[in-house]
Design a protein around this ligand. Structure first.
Ligand code: GTP
Ligand code: MG
Length: 205
């Protein structure tokens, strides 16, 4: 898919106030600093559409970006930064769980995980929460430029093992990306394009 336009629409701290327009949207979630905002910039080929930072906690709100005038990308705040893990509801900010549970336009959540690290409890917890809530999602490995090509498949296989140990029958659909060198850009955009086509052909939601 070719990106012809990408514009910032609005920031919100309340899922109920997000844009009403009935167009498909895809949301980026994951630990603070995992690279959510950077991936949005990489996909849209913009340097600073979404605000990024070397310090965790940069994105604080639900940010809607309209792409090609007919679908939304959503940048969300990170989780797991300076938070004590308790129940899911307490671990993940209420407006984020509200967003995932109530947002009718949400087609797929992209759960970002840093490919360098072993599966983290908080990410497995969030994946299970999405599963229990019936929210479709994919796993996106980020920062693939930071490990050798040979290690990439090894890390994905180790992650798959953890996900299965955590109760999943199989590894959910996943993508390997790098915002530094645009690894995974075509695959991810093609995936979104295919899903969008299915929705547009069926005249929306
Ligand atoms: P919060 O908004 O705080 O939740 O963080 P975020 O997940 O949006 O992360 P962000 O995109 O701001 O990136 C965090 C840091 O990681 C920045 O210093 C980025 O430059 C760096 N980074 C993000 N993606 C990549 C990548 O693919 N490769 C490398 N090498 N660095 C990356
Ligand atoms: Mg961010």
């Amino acid at each position: 898919m070719k990106i012809t336009s990408a514009e910032f629409i609005v920031s919100n701290s309340d899922a109920a106030k997000c844009p009403k327009e009935p167009i498909p949207e895809y949301a980026f979630i994951g630990r603070s600093n995992v690279g959510k905002s950077s991936l949005i910039n990489m996909l849209t080929n913009r340097t600073s559409l979404a605000k990024t930072s070397g310090r965790p906690g940069k994105t604080q709100l639900i940010n809607h970006f309209k792409i090609n005038n007919n679908w939304h990308l959503v940048d969300l705040p990170g989780y797991g930064y300076a938070r004590v893990s308790k129940s899911t509801k307490e671990t993940f900010q209420k407006f984020i769980t509200d967003y995932f549970e109530k947002r009718e336009q949400l087609v797929c959540g992209f759960v970002l995980v840093d490919i360098r690290h072993e599966a983290q409890k908080i990410d497995l917890e969030f994946i299970n929460y999405l599963g229990e809530s019936g929210v479709p999602f994919c796993i996106i490995f980020t920062k693939a430029d930071k490990i050798s090509k040979g290690k990439v498949q090894q890390h994905v296989a180790a992650y798959r093992k953890k996900v299965i140990e955590n109760g999943w029958e199989e590894m959910p659909q996943h993508f390997v990306t790098s915002s530094e060198d645009a690894t995974g850009r075509e695959e991810l955009l093609n995936y979104i394009d295919e899903v969008n086509k299915g929705i547009f052909e069926n005249e929306g939601f």
